[in-house]
Design a protein around this ligand. Sequence first.
Ligand SMILES: [Ca+2]
Length: 216
Amino acid sequence: MANAIGKRGGPMVTRKVWIVACGLLAAMSARADLFNDNFNSETAALGTVTGGAPLTQWNVFKGSIDVVSSGSFGIQCNGGVGNCVDMNGSTVQLGGISTKNTFSLASGLTYTLTWFMSGNQRVPGQIDTVDITFDGITKELALPWDSPMQQYSIVDTPAAASSSGISVESISGFNFQVGVILDDVRLVQSSVPEPSSVALMLTAAALVALRIRRSR
Ligand SMILES: [Ca+2]
């Protein structure tokens, strides 16, 4: 289609039309941050348990977790700075945390949950299993102790409006004092244009190009 427009309207007109079309696409693909936590404002503390002093944006719903500063206990947080969470706390229990807030989800929009996670970094041979759940979608990771800090994601396009929090839950390991390391949790909403909308817009752009050519 680009070639066809180019032949009819000439390079300058084609460029103008495509700039407008791309601008419309960008406007339709608006993004919004719904949640962001790098844990750096938390106070480092060991053994934060269910019902204990909660984190700013999370409750501990199972066992305990530790908030650790990068460099402490041989743990490196994402980027080697700030704080992060050891998902098995110093009370020797598998930990689980869930966001205090729930998020309203609209149908037809796309929600992308991302987080950084590494293995436990301290117990050679240990594999820790952890479930991350958002809007009924669970991603289960089984991370060897030396699995590097990297980004994971869940992409959700709800078929109907709903609401959901985010939960991170340790499932298994053999040293329950040492779990996976969690950092930089983020939830982003983006609106993705329907294919029919894109086709309509490109058709409109082609018609505009034709009109411009004829008016010359
Ligand atoms: Ca951090």
